[in-house]
Design a protein around this ligand. Structure first.
Ligand SMILES: O=C(O)CCC(=O)C(=O)O
Length: 348
């Protein structure tokens, strides 16, 4: 199963129990977490100066860093502050008929003409988003919205000042030490309580900085690929799991029975390292109010010149993705790919 380095979150045996324990002074309780069928282990919470944190990041394993001050100036952000200062740009807002916001790539919709997205993207001003969110809250129905917008130069002066005050020294040092490529974007996420981003993986490294409210993050290593049944590469939902965590279809997805997650709840000031190719399911806690997050997406380190065997699970995933893409091109029709290419196992 997971080839993760075991750094047990066991306060009793740790010399630095408070920082290392998953049971930190909680501002939330179990009743705010959705219920799922699979077991999880805690993701370690560590100081960014702890050598164990460095070891985990080097090894591309998740860790919550509690004291990076990465987005310190943004910890004052809330809806009134953003309303006043975020500027008059357009924001991508997703609307869903339930709590799940399954991502889809609009550019791939032409490959699967029958595909009907379960959420829909709209462009609106920040004030319109806030009105819509309040309306949905008042209605108390299942309909929800989720703002997900890359920070850009339309933001107001105060947001620029906050952004410049981020701990770039720390994050630039990480980028250099880890030999990562450039920062590609900072996604701002403003969500309603209970919103869920279903399990998917990204092809980028991610420092996920929580600003307001709490989010539960459940991660799965790349070697659990076989248990999560991703959509085909040409499908709009490429990189997303086909399994509905609320109601798993074990007949269709039998290996999902073997899944084991790593989980944590992040709050304001925490930074979760989500390694490239690690699956992540993220939920804003139930009855936890609005959540605000900014992530930092980086291109991964270049492929090493000397390939070492056995290949790591994420390298196998990358190879399989390339084969699937090449087959699509060779066969001239993405629908034909699945008939010839069964997504094979990387689980051991
Ligand atoms: O916070 C979320 O809802 C999703 C964020 C995410 O998937 C990411 O940062 O890669």
């Amino acid at each position: 199963m997971a080839a993760a380095t075991v750094v047990e979150a066991d306060a009793a045996t740790s010399d630095d129990g408070a920082a290392f324990s998953d049971v930190h002074s909680r501002e939330w309780d179990e009743s705010q977490l959705r219920k799922y069928s699979f077991p999880t282990k805690p993701i370690p919470r560590l100081s960014c100066t702890d050598p164990r944190a460095e070891m985990l990041i080097n090894n591309e394993e998740p860790v919550v860093l509690t004291d990076t001050n990465l987005v310190y100036p943004a910890l004052k952000w809330d809806i009134p502050y953003l309303l006043e200062n975020i500027g008059n740009g357009d924001f991508s807002v997703y609307s869903s008929e339930n709590h799940k916001f399954l991502y889809y790539d609009e550019k791939k919709m032409c490959n699967f003409m029958d595909f009907v997205p379960k959420s829909r993207r709209m462009e609106m001003k920040f004030s319109e988003f806030v009105d819509t969110m309040q309306k949905r809250e008042e209605e108390g129905g299942e309909d929800r919205v989720y703002l997900q917008q890359t920070l850009n130069d339309t933001v107001g002066k105060k947001i620029v000042v906050d952004f410049l005050g981020f701990n770039w020294n720390w994050i630039n040092r990480q980028q250099a030490t880890l030999n990562w490529g450039p920062l590609t974007s900072n996604l701002l996420l403003v969500g309603m309580e209970g919103n869920v981003t279903p399990a998917h993986y990204d092809e980028q490294q991610n420092f996920f900085a929580q600003i307001k409210g709490h989010k539960r993050c459940i991660l799965f290593p790349p070697d659990q690929f076989e248990c999560l049944y991703p959509y085909p590469v040409h499908h709009p939902c490429d990189r997303q799991s086909q399994v509905d965590f609320d109601n798993p279809n074990y007949e269709k997805f039998p290996n999902f029975k073997n899944i084991v997650g790593y989980e944590t709840v992040v709050g304001p000031g925490d930074v979760l390292y989500i390694p490239m190719y690690w699956w992540h399911h993220i939920e804003s806690l139930l009855n936890g109010g609005v959540t605000i997050t900014v992530n930092f997406w980086y291109k991964g380190a270049p492929t090493p010149k000397k390939i070492e065997y056995p290949l790591r699970a994420h390298q196998k995933v990358a190879i399989m993705r390339n084969i699937e893409k090449m087959l699509g091109e060779a066969l001239g029709d993405p629908h034909e790919v699945n008939a010839y290419y069964h997504l094979s196992s990387v689980c051991t």
